[in-house]
Design a protein around this ligand. Structure first.
Ligand code: ZN
Length: 221
């Protein structure tokens, strides 16, 4: 995974921490098979490069930026968020509302494999699908409300968010996946699934809360 597209952008390393695939949270995006659902079905994407301002005393979500290597804009990370209906449907990457080009994104290893294997099914339509998708993008970014994203995060019930995610994963991983791969679904496997995905969901909710509200560790006076 190369980030050579960004070479012409000189980030202020004193001010920004630069996140690439080498950071654990980005690497996690690339190797967790469950995230194929987010990426391939829902169209949630993670940019190849993100910047976090180390000097601002605000929650992480309010001091994270996504650089566009085409026009060199630094976009507020809240540009792509659920309250603005821009978190999902980004199948071809993150659309830059400034220059209308696509900001390069990471790709999950399993998404890559599925896309490679199924290429004969969709390869012929790719150009048309992408053109149609691109035509829909400008309207999606017309009425962005960044403050609304922060408000939503502050008032979000993370236990509920985590458990919803857990329930979703349970259906996929403990029911649909074994069903379609001809594995036995038993009372035990379902019970184990309930326990794993309840705990997994709560952990997920907790980490999301802690992560998104994270304040800088070193404050500059
Ligand atoms: Zn741009």
């Amino acid at each position: 995974m190369s980030t050579k597209e960004y070479q012409s952008m000189n980030f202020d390393k004193e001010r920004y921490k630069v996140y690439t695939w080498k950071h654990w949270s980005m690497l996690h995006w690339c190797i967790n098979p469950g995230l194929v659902i987010n990426e391939l079905i829902l169209g949630q994407r993670v940019p190849k490069v993100s910047l976090v301002d180390k000097t601002q005393d605000k929650p992480l979500v309010e001091r994270s930026y996504v650089p566009c290597p085409h026009c060199h804009s630094l976009h507020d990370s809240r540009t792509w968020a659920a309250p603005n209906a821009t978190l999902f449907k980004n199948w071809f990457g993150l659309y830059c509302p400034n220059c209308q080009q696509i900001i390069p994104c990471l790709m999950n290893v399993f998404t890559f494999l599925i896309l490679a294997i199924s290429f004969p099914l969709w390869g012929g339509f790719k150009k048309r699908l992408k053109a149609k998708w691109l035509a829909q993008q400008p309207a999606r970014y017309e009425n962005l409300n960044l403050e609304q994203v922060s408000q939503k995060f502050k008032s979000q019930n993370w236990v509920k968010t985590g458990l919803t995610w857990g329930a979703f994963m349970f259906v996929f991983m403990s029911v649909l996946y074994p069903y379609f791969t001809d594995q036995k679904i038993t009372a035990v496997s379902l019970g184990v699934g309930v326990v794993i995905w309840t705990l997994g969901g709560l952990l997920f909710g907790y980490f999301m809360k802690a992560y998104l509200n994270k304040k800088p560790t070193t404050k500059t006076k």
